[in-house]
Design a protein around this ligand. Sequence first.
Ligand code: D6G
Length: 765
Amino acid sequence: MSKPLSDHERRKQISVRGLAGVENVTDLKQNFNRHLHFTLVKDRNVATRRDYYFALAHTVRDHLIGRWIRTQQHYYEKDPKRVYYISLEFYMGRSLQNTMVNLALENACDEATYQLGLDMEELEDMEEDAGLGNGGLGRLAACFLDSMASLGLAAYGYGIRYEFGIFNQKIVNGWQVEEADDWLRYGNPWEKARPEYMRPVHFYGRTEHQPGGVKWVDTQVVLALPYDTPIPGYRNNVVNTMRLWSAKAPCEFNLKDFNVGGYIQAVLDRNLAENISRVLYPNDNFFEGKELRLKQEYFVVSATLQDIIRRFKVSKFGSREIARTDFSKLPDKVAIQLNDTHPAMAIPELMRVLVDEEKLTWENAWDICVRTCAYTNHTVLPEALERWPVDLFAHLLPRHLEIVYEINRRHLEKVAAKYPGDNDRLCRMSLIEEGGQKRINMAHLCIVGSHAVNGVAQIHSDILKATMYVPKISTSLSVMPYITVCTCVRVKMFDANLHGHLSPLMSRRLCQVSRRNPTINKNHPNNSQLIYRKSFISFAKMIIRLITAIGEVINNDPVVGDRLKVIFLENYRVTLAEKIIPAADLSEQISTAGTEASGTGNMKFMLNGALTIGTMDGANVEMAEEAGEENLFIFGMRVDDVDALDKRGYHAEEYYNRLPELKQAIDQIAGGFFSPKQPDLFKEIVNMLMHHDRFKVFADYEDYIKCQEKVNALYKNPKEWTKKVIYNIAGCGKFSSDRTIAQYAREIWGMEPTHEKLPAPDDKQ
Ligand code: D6G
């Protein structure tokens, strides 16, 4: 571990001399040794690499503390409008390097660990990813927290502290096998438990309608225990908070009918309550409809709203100065952003608190609620839309069901007044879907209960406007919902200046962009076009098996085996993306137009110098706009073509019969060429492609192949290739999440980003 390291030398070369000041390095070494001794209780003889990682993490964390406390004090003093970003996912990845970069400590820490005979990159590799997300939606939330802190916004991320994040993927004999992600096993140095801020969350029970108002009684209580994680801004001394709730059973949980046998059972049963924050549902773009998931959604919303209202009450506008809290000021002081419909229960819950507990009139409460909440839609795929059965709601959240019905009654009254006699429209726009099992359409609830609705790319927002019925009657609603565009990316592998210019580091990198092997991004977990059917998961696994089977044949082929490799990179996650994306030359973004809301990998590859072969879908459209369409490899149907094809009728066999190459490929899959021991292994995939493919992939096949030929031709011309890369990197500034968040702040939250820098604290305090 003590050999001189090229990585260290590389960092030294690119570091600005003097940044790693001698004093700083001496302090860091001292603090590292102090943490190894007092926090880890180890000496250098017995310390493991993980102990060294923890010692370094604690050393770096110390530099956050003063800034964190000072930032929060500053918010209490200045009382700015606060943004609450509520999300069921925060896909944070690792914290150590990000913290060092944002606090300008990276070079000093590198020097300090080097002087201690350690390799900092090896220590960084010991950190577990905080994998509390599935993909784009969760990573977006993480990027947004980073940007909100970097822009000096008084912002909070609120979510769930899942004990198990996204599963670890192993590939065994070509098949996916899942392993539990026990990320907290060795402790998490970045979080601070706050048992003093524990909140009760109620479930089940029944409602009592009394003259003084409605009471929700006979409920079961679960406690929400907050854990705070610091979110440092980029070199501005701002540190915001991400507060994640963990479920705790109350002490008296199930102990009411106490007897000796009952006591043991009651203690064991505490697990039932605490299961709420046990595990992240590994569903990306898919609605499963499980009761435990609805519990998670209400759990985060209820605990968060209690915290928001507590903070509002002690703020200058709250009851500190006036006898009674003036809730009419809530929308001036609080913006709640709903990351998809998952936290949609914030709308009826805020109504319940304002009407039942704070005794506001329905009209006042509704006006406050709508002006406070805003909703970001993430997908138009029907299988992803949350539609909770009314029965389940009635059982778990009886008061909220009544409130949703009342919201709907008033909403439909307005629709009926505007479109008299249009019953079809009433059915379409209702929050309650009738016919068969009654369900609550959570997207409709969000649209009606928010003052702003946005998609995640221009094309996605346009599709929403054209297909979601509620915004069309915006003028009849109390506050006009509108749709805006917010796209984002932020992967900080390089210190790129994201405003249309190249930083010196990025320019230097371009000289390195030459011959690397194309990395294929076809299996991005967000947009597997082949996947849709009831046995969603087993089908997805079958697709993975097909990829590995094709790899086995191609990689062992005597002719192409040493020229072409198919590799399925297992356990894709933030940390792996940070390695793959900068290494790739070609990024494949090949969703059928109109199906991928934005994509996120597309923009990250662009920023990191890969060229894109893609359809006119999601953010690809804007990437082509920014870099020039001639600098991307665009192919396939546009949304209009897809619509026209739908009208004509899509018949896969037409393409299969007309295109011999396609026919051969499908026949090989169907005939066991890739699975000789089990010739019909992939027949379900073939059956789907030939008969039930709602993504109509064969329709894009011919153009895709032609476009790949253009890619191959250009790849032989490094100068022309690099030119396109430069146009792409130079054009990717729009996709910075800093730009996106500035737009959210101005257009949705009614705030101006301050870009404020707080004074640096004296860390020795
Ligand atoms: C974070 C940072 C800490 C602060 C605490 C509570 O843990 O300095 O005191 O949050 O902040 P509020 O919830 O009272 O805003």
